[in-house]
Ligand binder design. Structure first.
Ligand code: ATP
Ligand code: MG
Length: 437
């Protein structure tokens, strides 16, 4: 994309309403704009990041054997009356009435709807197990929306739901999702630690929150540093092998990890001091097993091999896709701006033309831009001072900057800067392209 023609409204002033770095940077770099309290429009730069996160989440869900579908945002109240949650959910639920006076709501989550779809369709144990997911907007009328997209009212979530014939099957689905989550967060460039959690209003007893480390996190966390040292993407745990899933789960739960609510000082003392890590954390995902809570309440049954009707065992698995944009920035920024992990950066590289109108600069920039293509490169072709271009490139956080000045261009050289480390090298354009990959 050419910056001169783009819709990327960067701002220099620090927005007064933003209390934390990610919120300030998302506004300043032109990723989002608030349209009403806790509700945001995603502008092109932010939208690209959101789509990149979605893509990785989707690939890992698919690899784990989950199937994508898309349920609507608007749901009938009837389903929630069946489960008993219509009253329980309270003021967080946005309730709507249509022209026929029917009670509707903007979905805060989808357990009821997926259970309804499932009970209409699946009748036999032969069709199990199933893991179904979608990536869809949710609405929760949070009392205090804050920190930008981190605690919004409208937010994008990946939510998956598992259906199994028995407890053993449900536990296997749970482990499968847990492995998928470790791989997903690692690919997003994050250190995510699964922590045993209360299952909250959704109920059940097997529940983990995935917490990423960032100084502004809402909870204090304690964990074993071994979590950080395992490469989950390369690890050869196989989704098809129950033994693999069991040893993976054993590994996960044998290392210490707890939020302040669950912290157990006695068990913590057993972790060798050099392996103890603590810090602040942000919840980016949550998985839980809740048994037959919804299948029973909503009269959803499948037939066993003996022909006996049983309520399927269920679990649900959320990832806060839009919260992740803020959380990743919290975990990865400096005073100058955002530092995107390569896997989700809106553009791989920025090309900075330091002297527009200089024939050699213009020609070299155009060649670089044509080679990288508009999807990978943001070409700063504006009529601005070099200082403005440097500052904006740092603010927007592209992993690479290719700086093209008149002297270098005449000598067939560019400066290649790596945003994360600040390292700069004078190289030929070919070398720059090769390093960017
Ligand atoms: P929290 O404890 O932060 O309020 P939750 O436990 O209510 O979240 P879940 O129902 O577990 O949230 O939803 C799954 C994921 O959706 C969370 O792990 C989080 O990443 C994300 N999420 C939840 N609420 C919000 C929100 N208001 N804004 C943005 N993301 C959210
Ligand atoms: Mg939660």
């Amino acid at each position: 994309m050419r910056l001169s023609r783009s819709f990327i409204p960067t701002i220099k002033e620090i927005p007064a309403e933003a209390q934390i770095a990610s919120h300030r940077l998302m506004l300043r770099a032109g990723l989002v704009r608030q349209t009403s309290a806790g509700i945001y429009a995603w502008l092109p730069l932010g939208h690209r990041v959101l789509k990149n996160i979605e893509r990785i989440v989707r690939q890992e869900q698919d690899a784990a054997g989950a199937q994508e579908l898309l349920m609507p945002t608007i749901q009938p109240a009837e389903l929630w009356r069946e489960s008993g949650r219509y009253e329980d959910y309270g003021k967080e639920m946005l309730r709507i009435r249509d022209r026929h006076e029917r009670d509707m709501l903007y979905g805060p989550t989808n357990e009821e709807m997926i259970t309804d779809l499932f009970r209409q369709t699946v009748k036999s144990y032969r069709e199990l197990p199933q893991i179904l997911y979608h990536i869809q907007w949710k609405f929760r009328d949070e009392v205090r929306p804050r920190f930008g997209v981190m605690r919004g009212r409208e937010f994008l979530m990946k939510d998956a739901y598992s259906f199994d014939i028995d407890y053993v099957g449900a536990v296997a689905s749970y482990r499968r999702m847990m492995l998928a989550y470790m791989r997903t967060f690692q690919r997003l460039g994050l250190k995510a630690i699964p922590m045993a959690a209360d299952s909250g209003p959704i109920g059940g007893d097997l529940s983990h929150e995935f917490i990423i480390l960032a100084p502004t996190g809402e909870s204090q966390v304690y964990y074993d540093k071994d979590f950080e040292e395992i490469d989950w993407v390369k690890s050869d745990f196989d989704y098809g092998s129950p033994d693999d899933l069991q040893s993976f789960f054993y590994l996960m739960t044998s290392m210490y990890a707890a939020t302040d609510e669950k912290h157990a000082p006695a068990a913590w003392q057993i972790v060798p001091p050099e392996r103890r890590r603590e810090g602040r954390g942000i919840e980016v995902g949550h998985i839980f097993y809740f048994g037959t809570k919804y299948s029973k309440a909503m009269n959803c049954t499948v037939a066993t091999p003996e022909g006996r009707p049983v309520h399927p065992e269920m679990g649900s698995y959320g990832i806060g896709v839009s919260r992740l944009v803020g959380a990743i920035i919290e975990a990865s920024h400096d005073d100058a701006g955002i530092i995107w992990p390569d896997s989700i950066a809106p553009f791989k590289a920025a090309i900075l033309n330091l002297k527009r109108g200089d024939a050699a600069c213009d020609a070299l920039c155009e060649t670089l831009y044509a080679t990288l293509g508009p999807a990978a490169a943001l070409y700063d072709d504006r009529d601005d001072r070099a200082g403005v271009k440097f500052a904006d490139a740092d603010l927007m956080g592209h992993p690479w900057q290719i700086v093209v000045g008149p002297r270098g261009a005449a000598a067939g050289k560019v400066e290649l800067k790596r945003r994360a480390t600040g390292e700069r090298h004078e190289v030929t354009p070919e070398d720059a392209l090769a390093r960017i990959g």
